[in-house]
Ligand binder design. Sequence first.
Ligand code: PLP
Length: 389
Amino acid sequence: MKDYESKNGVMMFAGMPVTDIADRFGTPVYVTDEQRLRENYRNLYNAFSQYIDTKIHYACKANTSLAILSVLAQEGSGIDAVSIGEVMTALKAGIPPEDIMYTGVNVSDAEMKAVTDQGVMINVDSVSQLERLAKINKKIPISFRITPEVGSGHSDKVVTGKKGSKFGIPKADVIKTYVRAKKLGFDIKGIHADIGSGGQTVQPFLDAMDVLTDTVNELKELGIDLEFIDMGGGIGVPYKMNEDEMDLNELAAGVTDIILENTDIKKLIIEPGRYIICDSTVLLTRCVDVKDADTKKYIGVDAGFNTLIRPAMYDSYHYVAIGNKFGKAATAKYEVVGPICESGDYLAHDRALPDPSEGDVVVVYNAGAYGFSMSSNYNSRPLCREVLI
Ligand code: PLP
């Protein structure tokens, strides 16, 4: 991860001083750099599409802002949706139904009906769901999410692909579930697996792809030919200064090599959320209170875990800087904490920062993924603004 530029001691974001953005829109505020968003999309698309016909389904759970979805729609992105709300938001942003895939878990009949009424393909997660879908809509194309028994992620809480996971068709049941779907008369298009979110190494993606391609070939022998493999999301990004990015070309070459060498599959779907949106966005929050509590020094800001829950929920690390004292020497280590009435409410622990004062603009880096979309009204606080530059 690289740092931002400074002008007259103020951090610049998307060509604007962060202090101007904070003054104009108030704080807390999530600010997204449209250019960076487009670059991330293109980097990923180009890395994979040089090898295979690739469709990106942006995992909009990472950030469902209409402005962001509209930019991605212009880039040609499809959508990975996990709820009827996400489906309707994607449609509103101009994504056509055939470019949306619904991958729900523990899905009610009412939600399946609403999704299929929109003409959106269902990625079936369980045998129960398949049998219920057969009574609701047999004309909708389907694929299956399988449990690959391969997991990775930035926290145990976001690993999805392990044996015993609540997600996907258990490995032992996969073949018979496809056979059952064929017997029911479904138009079966593909196969999907997701290993988890925020993995930083390539190997687990390759291990999961081995499972997917073996399954594709077993199905072919039974007369079930699939059109696509969907490798899910999960491509991690660096959150720490000077930490390296995953080598996208190594990932793309490795994954597509397994597909092209071993199967007749000609189309790959990928479902990145974090990779596309994460580093395009910062959270600006204002210092409202400064406290020296003997054993700890606190910078009290106006964003808490109601605004950004990742540190409190997963112990996630977000780099922070004081935007109006950018490049100034650190004077001490501080806890950056919010206004929520819980001691677990923090944005950053033990950070070397310059002397803080009330009114400073604290910048939380890499806040685009699972930031605003996981924010809440806890303590009866309103949701904050999102701004696209
Ligand atoms: N696809 C599926 C099925 C997921 O469960 C997730 C995240 O949990 C994603 C895509 C997106 O993951 P990420 O934001 O890490 O790319």
